[in-house]
Ligand binder design. Structure first.
Ligand SMILES: Cc1cc2nc3c(=O)[nH]c(=O)nc-3n(C[C@H](O)[C@H](O)[C@H](O)COP(=O)(O)O)c2cc1C
Length: 203
């Protein structure tokens, strides 16, 4: 349950499943996060799974930054682009591969630009000992370039293979941490949505 003056309006939250690997754990984490966001009550929630998206590594010659709506994306990318376009906030669910985030996530980011602008992004990571810490550090750097606002509190799951059972984290404090992350994301989603509606962002 959310509280406060700004909570009459639900904002669109897009949960991005970053890994596309065969046998991946990502959808388990994303499904639980989406459930927490629905329980939170401040969002209309949509999950986008990059495994369902046509994401070529070869980009067009022009930049998505300058081309805008005429950027030539594959037809199989349209649902992703539409979801990003309509979002007021994002939760990026990422594993850690070789001390960074997966190539699928980088491709999804690089095929877009304005869709991230002046919107908040929170991170939920998982992995071995590092729990996705390096992946999130790299993503924070990337999203700064895209004029997105990264949220301080996120969720980190080291050794996720022992920290989760039956699709849920074992630590009973984790839902509370998720609520804190979602409260911050909701605050930024509202603040930035109001600002975007009032004044065009000077990108
Ligand atoms: C290519 C590759 C590199 C990995 N590198 C790391 C790493 O640097 N740090 C880490 O904590 N886990 C690492 N792992 C373990 C992954 O975090 C773990 O396999 C996780 O399940 C991957 O997420 P996914 O199942 O959604 O693909 C790596 C896994 C793969 C496949």
């Amino acid at each position: 349950m959310v509280s406060g003056m700004e909570n009459t309006q639900k904002h669109k939250l897009v949960v991005v499943v970053g890994s596309v690997r065969e046998g991946r754990f990502g959808p388990v984490v994303a499904s639980w996060v989406a459930e927490q966001a629905r329980v939170h009550g401040g969002f209309e929630v949509e999950t986008v799974d990059l495994a369902d998206v046509d994401l070529p590594l070869a980009l067009p010659a022009e930049s998505p930054r300058s081309a805008g709506a005429s950027y030539p994306r594959p037809a199989g990318m349209a649902p992703l682009t539409a979801a990003l376009e309509s979002a007021d906030a994002f939760v990026v669910v990422t594993p850690e591969y070789n001390h960074s985030y997966p190539a699928s996530l980088k491709a999804a980011v690089d095929w877009h630009f304005t869709q991230w602008t002046a919107k908040p992004v929170a991170f939920v990571s998982y992995g071995g000992v590092a729990g996705g810490r390096h992946a999130v550090q790299h993503l924070e750097n990337v999203f700064a370039e895209l004029h997105a606002v990264t949220v301080r509190d996120g969720l980190v799951f080291p050794s996720y293979f022992t920290a989760w059972r039956d699709g849920r984290p074992l630590d009973p404090e984790t839902p509370g941490h998720a609520r804190t992350m979602l409260d911050q994301l909701r605050w930024w989603a509202h603040a930035l949505r109001s600002a975007r509606d009032a004044v065009p962002y000077p990108a």
